[in-house]
Each structure stands twice: as C-alpha cells, then as structure tokens.
Design a binder for this molecule. Structure first.
Ligand code: SME
Length: 161
C-alpha cells in the first residue's frame, strides 16, 4: 500500500533525525519540517512545551511549520491541546467543527491530532498536527505521530532542551 510505505519511510527518516540531532530542540525543528514536507495532509505541525515552573501550567508554542497561529500560549483547561496535556493521552478529532474544545488555528483545518511528549513519565509538552482533510489521522498515522513524540521525549531525557 502506498500510504503505508510513505508512513514507513517517514518513520525511518525521523528515526535517523533523532540519531543525528545534537539536541532535542534541533530534533523538534527538523521533525516538524520533515513531517510538514513529506506528509501531504499534515498542513500544520508544531510542538507546544509546558512552561517550566508556570503556575497555573501553560503550553507555549515551540518549533512549528505552517501558518502562524494565534494560539501561542494555551492553558491546560483550553483546546484540544489542553485536553491532551492534562490527560496525558493522544487526542484525535476527526471533525474539529463538532468538538466544542477546539481552538481554531486556521479556517481550513478539518481534523487534528495531539500527542503528549513524556519525560520520565510526566507530560512536558506535545506534538500537534492539523489537517485540511477530515479524518486524516487514522490508526497508522496515530502510531507515526506517537512514535515521533516518543523520539522527542527520549531525546529530552538524554540531552535536555
Ligand atoms: N487547535 C488547537 C490549538 C492550536 S492550533 O491548532 C495550532 C487546540 O484546539 O488546542
């Protein structure tokens, strides 16, 4: 299947980036670029990181590819982003117009996935991807995005930010 082989290729490419990147920050920058360029339905790709020491906690926009978003700081009780970070679970929304939690980034966005990034079992941030296509994030895409988030968590543990 073409789609599956593209996912395998990208999985391999991000694994190579993780091996070569000197820091987690480098990895996040290279990863958002690679995912945005290679996955045609990934129309906005970005990381949010929990601001260290912030009380109440807030997610701050990090490396991203795609149009600038108005949501550069997101409290944990807002958005799909807040839901994923506060629950520590992947959130997939097939039709953002039907989810009352959704914070609009682009009028073209139809579906979204947000996957938490963990360091030593704690959420430190997340990988957020928006698509102009509804239901873009099937199970095999979820697995790819979770793999990417895991690589970044591992890199953060090994090298710091
Ligand atoms: N849609 C997100 C906000 C971030 S933008 O998509 C980049 C949310 O509902 O939390």
């Amino acid at each position: 299947m073409l789609a599956a082989s593209r996912i395998d290729e990208v999985r391999q490419a991000v694994a190579e980036l993780a091996q070569a990147a000197p820091t987690a920050r480098d990895l996040m920058q290279q990863m958002v670029k690679a995912l945005h360029e290679r996955m045609l339905k990934y129309n906005w790709v970005g990381f949010y990181l929990l601001e260290p020491g912030a009380d109440p906690p807030v997610l701050v926009l990090g490396a991203f590819e795609g149009a600038m978003t108005p949501h550069t700081r997101i409290p944990l009780n807002q958005g799909i982003c807040g839901a994923a970070a506060s629950s520590g679970r992947t959130v997939v929304v097939d039709d953002v117009s039907k989810d009352p939690r959704y914070l609009a980034c682009s009028l073209e966005t139809k579906s979204e996935i947000v996957v938490p990034v963990f360091v030593q079992g704690k959420v430190v941030g997340e990988l957020d991807i928006d698509s102009h296509f509804s239901s873009a994030f099937t199970l095999e895409h979820q697995e790819l995005v979770q793999y990417c988030a895991m690589l970044v968590g591992t890199k953060l543990e090994a090298s710091g930010r």
